[in-house]
Design a protein around this ligand. Structure first.
Ligand code: QV4
Ligand code: CA
Length: 512
């Protein structure tokens, strides 16, 4: 009995920090702006067979339609109601996606935009993705319904009602973020409406939430609506399972609001991770890969079991949000693959892979003036489907980083080494480094301007392994480089600094 109670207690403690992914699946992918119908197919044809644990989706609730500029991606961060009706699809398509993904063990994580509704200059009318009437000037959203009483106007003390100073925690929580009408989350009515929306999603079968703009909500107000959430659907999840919560709080240090203020509610996005890793891989500011030896808490990051980590996200890959110029994205594919490879090999944090679309960047004075461009779309504004080319890459300008061989194979690597210690670190005091994960996997990087040629202790059993970066194991052979691990666990590695991908990764499931 006592042991049983202890187990129950352990389970409950883990609660909202537990991603709820199927055992042995350790990463999720953000399918930014994808249609629900395409996500359902992707779960079945690609994500499940390749060991992805879940999908972060774009906000599923009704949003304002913006035509100047033409249908920017960011219109989806301006809610009009909690009806499931967007460019990604309607409620039927949403339900079909959740059911089909869940049935193959790939779970859905919803981007919940609950700090605010649309911008103050949003106008009045039915220019919304489901045609619901609203009046931004009067703060009327009858499809929820919210009215003027449900917003923070009285509470905000700045001259124009906007956040002006990020060091004033009252402004950041009670004033408007870029004019977005700020909900009065201290009201039980507002909390209940938000919980009702989230419980509707839980009832359909989602596994958790990214909570947008968490920095702009009081942790206690968030706790109040999170405490109203139901347990997950028992068709797919264990009895008593709690929704996974990860809060978007950008804390690069130096602000009054800290990521740790939010640990009570769930995990938090660790924005230092991608900003620093980009700096190291780019070798800016005298950084070198040798310094990654104590990556993680050693770099001043939050505790690993509170962190949601990523190399780039939908904001900072186009200059929104935070992180700055160091952020690596698909636009720098060679360095990007190394960064994502490092992230997926390293035990720190719960990992999210980004999957983007291409847009025509246009820099003026160092800023991309096309950072607003929405997903690949038809002339009527509808989002284009994700087509799949014969070589498994995506068409219609969908980048599908998660389908790049190097990234997909590292998602599998992370699953294989799950739970194994960080071991056998080696470095050349510059930008050649290597490390293992117990006796399951080993990875070697050469980010220097000269060749790497080393015999290293891998910790792996003797045998012939397929490098999963230059190729992989197919049948009983390797499509890329082979690595011979000797009886003493040592293996010889040779990586040219001009290799297409200057890193090598081996694991026990890719052994001949
Ligand atoms: C503009 C001016 C205002 C002015 C207003 C008048 O900036 O000062 O009062 O016009 O109409 C868009 C426009 C923005 C515009 C605003 C309101 O870009 O110029 O205001 O709409 O019309 C995304 C985009 C934003 C976009 C927003 C809403 O990034 O550019 O604003 O969606 O459409 C901080 C936060 C963090 C946030 C990050 C971007 O702490 O929480 O900024 N990140 C999340 C999301 C992000 C999203 C939001 C929050 C808002 O990841 O994608 O913003 O939901 O760091
Ligand atoms: Ca707020």
């Amino acid at each position: 009995m006592r042991i049983f109670l202890l187990l129950v207690a352990a389970e409950l403690c883990w609660a909202q920090y537990n991603p709820n992914t199927k055992s042995g699946r350790t990463s999720i992918v953000h399918l930014f702006e994808w249609r629900w119908a395409d996500i359902a197919l992707e779960c079945e044809r690609y994500l499940a067979p390749n060991g992805f644990g879940g999908v972060q989706i774009s906000p599923p609730n009704e949003n304002i339609v913006i035509t100047n500029p033409w249908r920017p991606w960011w219109e989806r961060y301006q809610p009009i109601s909690y009806k499931l009706c967007t460019r990604s699809g309607n409620e039927d398509e949403f339900r079909d996606m959740v059911t089909r993904c869940n049935n193959v063990g790939v779970y859905i994580y919803v981007d919940a935009v609950v700090n605010h509704m649309c911008g103050s200059a949003g106008g009045a009318g039915t220019h919304s993705t489901c045609g619901s009437y609203f009046n931004a000037g009067n703060e009327e959203f009858p499809a929820v319904p919210y009215s003027g009483w449900d917003f923070n106007d009285g509470k905000c003390k700045t001259s124009n009602g906007e956040i002006q100073d990020y060091n004033d925690i009252y402004q950041v929580r009670d004033c408007r973020l870029v004019s977005l009408l700020d909900l009065a989350l201290e009201k039980d009515y507002v909390r209940s409406k938000i919980a009702e929306y989230m419980n509707h999603l839980i009832g359909i079968g989602v596994a958790g939430f990214r909570i947008d703009a968490s920095k702009h909500m009081w942790p206690g107000d968030m706790k109040a609506f999170l405490d109203k959430l139901n347990n997950l659907h028992t068709k797919w999840f264990p009895e008593g399972a709690r929704p996974f919560i990860f809060q978007e709080v950008i804390d690069l240090g130096g602000e009054a609001i800290k990521a740790s203020d939010y640990f009570v509610n769930g995990r938090v996005t660790e924005f230092k991770y991608g900003a620093k890793l980009g700096t190291v891989i780019r070798r800016w500011n005298g950084e070198k890969m040798t310094y990654l030896k104590n990556w993680g808490e050693g770099w001043g990051f939050m505790p690993s079991d509170r962190a949601l980590v990523f190399v780039d996200n939908h904001d900072n890959q186009r200059g929104h949000g935070a992180g700055g110029a160091s952020i690596l994205t698909f636009w720098d594919p060679r360095l990007y693959k190394m960064a994502v490879g490092f992230m997926l090999a390293h035990p720190y944090g719960f990992t999210r892979v980004m999957s983007s679309y291409r847009w025509s960047r246009w820099f003026e004075n160092g800023k991309d003036v096309n950072d607003w461009i929405g997903p690949p779309s038809n002339s009527d504004g509808s989002t284009k489907t994700v087509t799949i080319n014969p070589d498994t890459t995506c068409g219609n300008d969908w980048v599908c980083e998660h389908r790049w061989r190097q990234i997909r194979n590292m998602v599998i690597f992370r699953n294989v080494v799950d739970g194994q210690a960080f071991t056998n670190w080696w470095d050349n005091n510059s930008n050649q480094v290597a490390f293992g994960r117990g006796n399951k996997g080993f990875i070697v990087f050469n980010n220097d301007d000269w060749n790497l040629s080393e015999t290293l202790q891998t910790g792996l059993p003797a045998g012939t392994y397929c490098d999963v970066i230059s190729g992989q194991k197919e049948g009983n052979s390797c499509t890329g480089i082979q690595i011979q691990v000797n009886g003493d666990g040592r293996a010889y590695f040779q990586i040219s600094n001009s290799a297409e991908d200057p890193f090598v990764a081996i694991h026990v499931n890719a052994k001949l």
